[in-house]
Design a binder for this molecule. Structure first.
Ligand code: PMP
Length: 441
């Protein structure tokens, strides 16, 4: 039988680090990554035939659980009609219509293949519209791996403890202003000093790539006020939150509580989507009001393109996923997340492990250590101060018990609507021993 260890060794001989994306390598928790062979519902199965309850969900897309039969069927039917045309299709129009229906601030959108492309295009649009060079991002927010957005990024960059990345020129890095999250004074100061040169502020609608760090009340609203006052665009990155935290993503949650601003006065100029919007295949999108989006080629001067953009097989997965993601799905996602948050917290308390569970909608993560427990985590600096060694012990105890968590303390935990009571019970049963393991320094 091929073991995970053998598979990893073989992979490392031909693929840098043995993985196609860094955080899969278990770099911060150690050990052999599980090489997966199949996945169904809330479970994944590795090459050794071991089944795990999955709390990674492909890093977000699998809100219906893995390999939902109707999604698989739609993909198979689309594949039989042709894998890629390089021409427009009605299905991509239907997907665009579904997104526009759910997020009305999006009047026009362009389909791309990855979240990285979506945010890269959003930034280019902002620069093309404003004719300004600078972009403000927040430390700990991850917007994909385009050069300018890697500065002080979360996700794998946080996990590896890298300051940014080699290979990014100083000139490019110099066009990104990195500010502490949740710090409006810093935003005001940046705009006072450079306002006439700032094209856009890009922010995760709710940061979930340094662990989950919710925005302070009206942080997003103030970003809107400040950017509007200076003629800069506001970009919400909903690659992770979009269509996961609710039927309209974080947009819908913020719309329900407009933080003191009337109408859509808080609304961003551009929104990026990924993950759920492709239902597990490569689809992402950038959208916004028509007046903004019509700066894109072929209507406008801002160029953007993709051979596989709007790929018919990928679109079938995304469209079917969104059509199936009804209120019952979101209720179940919230229910499972609420239960896990409460039970993880209780188990860690019982074991005497200092921690803080933070959440934004159904996205949550645990910050480890006294400091996080006492003060909570509002910034990347605070997130990085957590005790990752506790998480490593917790992670491996859960894995040994058949529960696959994200292999980094800086990632959100992802539930699916397929996490039925059996799957949830398996997670809960694993918690006491894992909490004890976390407690053993
Ligand atoms: N933005 C956010 C908020 C993300 O979480 C991610 C991926 N985790 C991206 C952008 C990049 O998406 P992709 O990996 O599809 O390029």
């Amino acid at each position: 039988m091929l073991t995970n260890h053998d598979a990893f060794a073989r992979a490392a001989a031909v693929i840098p680090g043995g993985v196609s994306s860094p955080v899969r390598a278990y770099g911060s928790v150690g050990g052999d990554p599980r090489f997966l062979e199949s996945a169904r519902g809330p479970y994944v199965v590795d090459v050794e035939g071991r089944e795990y309850v999955d709390l990674v969900a492909s890093w977000g897309p699998a809100i219906l659980g893995h390999a939902h039969p109707e999604v698989v069927d739609a993909v198979q039917r689309a594949a039989a009609r042709g894998l890629s045309f390089g021409a427009p299709t009605v299905a991509e129009v239907e997907l665009a219509e579904e997104i526009v229906r759910r997020v009305p601030v999006v009047e026009r959108l362009r389909l791309v293949s990855t979240g990285t492309e979506a945010t890269m295009t959003a930034v280019r649009l902002a620069r093309g519209i404003t004719h300004r060079p600078l972009v403000v991002k927040f430390a700990g927010c991850y917007h994909g791996h385009s050069d300018g957005l890697l500065a002080a990024a979360g996700s794998g960059v946080a996990t590896a403890g890298l300051p940014g990345s080699a290979g990014v020129t100083e000139a490019t890095a110099g066009e990104t202003l990195v500010l502490p999250y949740n710090d409006l004074d810093a935003v005001q100061a940046a705009f006072s000093a450079h306002g006439h040169r700032i094209a856009a502020v890009i922010t995760e609608a709710q940061p979930a790539n340094m662990g989950v760090v919710p925005s302070l009340p009206d942080f997003n609203g103030e970003l809107r006020r400040i950017t509007a006052a200076h003629g800069a665009l506001l970009i919400w990155d909903e690659v992770l939150t979009g269509f996961r935290v609710g039927p309209s993503g974080w947009w819908g949650i913020e719309a329900a509580s407009p933080a003191g601003l009337p109408g859509w006065a808080w609304a961003p100029d551009l929104v990026t989507f990924g993950k759920v919007v492709g239902g597990g295949l490569p689809v992402a999108a950038v959208g916004g009001p028509a007046a903004v989006m019509e700066h894109l080629a072929p209507l406008g001067p801002v160029y953007q393109a993709g051979t596989l953009s709007g790929n018919p097989v990928a679109v079938a997965a995304g469209l079917t996923t969104l059509r199936l993601a009804d209120d019952a799905v979101y209720r179940r996602l919230d229910e499972v997340a609420d239960t896990l948050r409460a039970e993880v917290h209780a188990a860690l308390d019982r074991a005497g492990v200092p921690h803080r569970v933070q959440h934004a909608g159904n996205l949550f993560s645990v910050f480890w250590g006294e400091r996080a427990a006492e003060d909570g985590v509002l910034t990347y600096t605070q997130a990085k101060a957590q005790d990752t060694a506790s998480y490593t012990r917790f992670f491996h105890a859960m894995l040994d018990a058949g529960v696959a968590l994200p292999p980094s303390a800086f990632e959100a935990w992802f539930v699916t609507a397929a996490h039925d009571d059996t799957a949830v019970t398996r997670i809960l049963d694993a918690l006491p021993a894992a909490a004890d393991a976390a407690a053993r320094a």
